[in-house]
Design a protein around this ligand. Structure first.
Ligand code: HEC
Ligand code: HEC
Length: 349
């Protein structure tokens, strides 16, 4: 079974500019474990406690193309096979997945079956590498889960999402229809399988990186890398950012006043600065050319991360890993963010 897994990891790199995040979102990076370097804040890189022992969590390289040449396959055959075997050993194979510290093997295995019946691989690829048949038709493209980078989550930029985040996300927007008939247990299993795929992909990247640097792969490195991944996924629930209740909850007049203040913030280049990318009133009018290609009209766009006020709060507080949108958590206080949420929702009528 594991042989059917095409070994085609792309050595990608986070798309978030670490510099931009440092400038705009110190709040989201203030947990003391921000990792600097090419991987940006969203994927692991060098330095900081909790960083991958190899110091290359999210993978090295500079290509942002998920279809970039496979790094593992570029290793000399003996080393390459060593990496594959080490990954199978450390986390099991699709036939017998093993990341029991993170999720029970039976749950991951039933997620694997659901991944097939719900046809997730059509876009994401059998291994979640973002190379499914339909991947090229999608905009944005599904990403390689092995980058360890997830956009829509309740934890700050550097942290992994929780399983609950993935369950919630997969029920939203373009995914909702796919899982409309799946019960809570099946969604949970799918999320557990996504985590397992992400761990496998990331482990392979990290080991390939070490093997490439050191021309060998010793068992201690494999054990360290495995523990690092287990820890970063297991700790996610303790990293969920606390969101204070919306001050305007259940009070229409207060909400309208908040939306008014939010409108001013949205268009104030020195404060929210949302307009730079989203344009006047979120319509893209006057937005920079670079962002026009990437950003959608906020009045109509499907909110991929969910349309609950708390979903929007989290998007604005911590940004979207892998896009140009930074987090504003260190720049704006909770009241400001709630004002922006009220304004964004008001745009949608
Ligand atoms: C029609 C194509 C398609 C199918 C089928 C599909 N996805 Fe996705 N998925 C995407 C795209 C595109 C993205 C990237 C969305 C984005 O960046 O906003 C994505 C992103 C994701 C993410 C990452 C979310 C994040 O926080 O970054 C997860 C998890 C996910 N999909 C799970 C699933 C599961 C589970 C299934 C099967 C039930 C599935 N997908 C089926 C297209 C698809
Ligand atoms: C540097 C550019 C940039 C800035 C500044 C920016 N955004 Fe974004 N924003 C993006 C990009 C890129 C996306 C992802 C593409 C999309 O969904 O349109 C996005 C997506 C969003 C989404 C959709 C999230 C979802 O779940 O689909 C919301 C809401 C949003 N931004 C609000 C804001 C607000 C409010 C501000 C100001 C506090 C802001 N943005 C500032 C670039 C930016």
């Amino acid at each position: 079974m594991s042989k059917s897994f095409a070994r085609s990891a792309a050595f990608g790199v986070a798309l978030v500019s670490a510099g931009a995040l440092a400038a705009l979102a110190p709040g989201c990076e203030s947990d003391g474990d921000r990792r600097d370097g090419d991987g940006g804040a969203a994927s692991a890189s060098t330095g900081g406690d909790g960083a991958s022992p190899s110091g290359k969590g999210g993978g090295a390289g500079s290509a942002d193309d998920p279809f970039a040449p496979p790094a593992t396959n570029a290793l000399p055959p003996a080393l390459r096979d060593g990496v594959f075997a080490a990954v199978d050993d450390a986390l099991g194979t699709p036939a017998a997945p093993n990341a029991r510290e993170v999720a029970p093997a039976a749950l991951v295995a039933s997620g694997r079956d659901a991944w097939k019946t719900r046809r997730c691989a059509v876009c994401h690829g059998a291994e979640g590498r973002g190379d499914g048949k339909r991947a090229l038709l999608e905009d944005p493209r599904p990403r390689d889960f092995g980058r360890g980078q997830f956009r829509y989550k309740s934890t700050r930029m550097v942290h992994k999402p929780t399983r609950a985040d993935l369950v919630h996300y997969v029920g939203q927007a373009q995914h909702a229809e796919l899982v409309a008939e799946a019960d809570a247990g099946e969604r949970d299993a799918l999320a557990a399988f996504v985590i397992w795929l992400a761990m496998r992909g990331e482990l392979e990247r990290n080991l390939a990186h070490v093997a490439n640097e050191e021309d060998e792969l010793d068992p201690d490195t494999v054990a360290d890398e495995r523990s690092y991944l287990i820890e970063s996924w297991s700790e996610a629930p303790s990293k969920v950012s606390k969101v204070p209740p919306a001050p305007w909850e259940g009070d229409d007049a207060a909400r309208a006043a908040a939306a008014k203040r939010g409108e001013a913030l949205f268009h104030d280049a020195g404060k929210g600065g949302c307009m730079t990318c989203h344009g006047k009133g979120g319509t893209l009018e006057g937005a920079t050319a670079a962002s026009r290609a990437e950003v959608r009209d906020l009045r109509r766009a499907v909110l991929r991360g969910g349309a609950r006020p708390i979903d929007l709060y989290r998007r604005i507080e911590c940004g979207l890993a892998g896009t140009k949108m930074p987090g504003f958590g260190g720049h704006l206080g909770p009241d400001d963010i709630w004002d922006l949420v009220a304004y964004t929702l008001s745009l949608r009528g």
